[in-house]
Design a protein around this ligand. Structure first.
Ligand SMILES: [Zn+2]
Length: 246
């Protein structure tokens, strides 16, 4: 649930490249033969995934100075959990609030470490929008996106090293990875729409787009480098879903 900004799109790609180069450099420093380097790199990536599952919530809470639930968030999450629980979904999720005025939310962890971070700016929005944003994050966690997407990254890394891909293929793989991330966003929107209704989901997406200043769809290249689809794309994806499953 992040707004698309050209800077953020470039940062996402830069972060992935730095991560790949960092794993490569560590594997080369730690092992001498190609086979051992591949194994070391893959083990390092697997370790990062395990760390992601276990420590990402703690690390993020520390980095963002997040606070546990306050009364407003407690009421919103209790309502939503009751609603989602009534639809047959039970999840152990911790919620944290981040002192940030831009509306945003983020989910990390897996199983018992599942955690949702919500900004104060998001909590200041109207109740249906808050409910949608929380439902979207719960849908990410229910689908296991935080851990699955990290595992997918590890698989990409292993393939890259095993097949000794040239840099252009690695860049294409990274663009593919970002496309998978965007699909995960659309899946989380569909999950939230199933719980709350398509109209409510679309209204919330419009409200978020307006609050985040996304008055028109961003340029195509920005979308291709983004971790999130534009709000316009997310709304039309929900429209198509409704046509398929009225
Ligand atoms: Zn999301």
């Amino acid at each position: 649930m992040l707004p698309i900004r050209p800077l953020r799109a470039l940062l996402a790609v830069a972060f992935l490249i730095v991560l790949l180069v960092g794993i490569d450099a560590s594997a080369t420093a730690l092992a001498s033969t190609r086979h051992a380097q591949w194994l070391t790199g893959t083990l390092l990536t697997a370790g990062l995934i395990a760390l992601h599952g276990a420590f990402a919530p703690v690390l993020l809470a520390w980095l963002t100075n997040a606070q546990p639930l306050d009364d407003q968030l407690r009421t919103a999450t209790t309502e939503l959990r009751a609603h989602v629980g009534a639809l047959g979904t039970t999840m152990q999720v911790q919620f944290f609030i981040v002192d940030r005025q831009t509306p945003s939310a983020l989910s990390v962890g897996v199983g018992p470490t599942s955690t949702v971070f919500v900004s104060r700016g998001l909590m200041a929005m109207d109740a249906p929008t808050v409910r949608f944003a929380l439902a979207h994050e719960l849908a990410h966690l229910q689908a296991g996106h935080p851990i699955l997407l990290s595992a997918f990254f590890a698989a990409l890394y292993a393939t890259k090293t095993l097949m000794e891909l040239p840099p252009i293929a690695i860049l294409l793989a990274l663009l593919g990875y970002l496309a998978v991330l965007r699909q995960a966003e659309l899946q989380a929107d569909r999950g939230a729409a199933r719980w709350l209704g398509t109209s409510a989901a679309k209204q919330a997406l419009h409200a978020l787009a307006a609050a985040l200043g996304e008055t028109r769809p961003p340029a195509r290249w920005i979308t291709l480098l983004s971790t999130h689809p534009s709000f316009a794309q997310r709304c039309s994806a929900l429209n198509m879903e409704r046509k398929k499953n009225p």
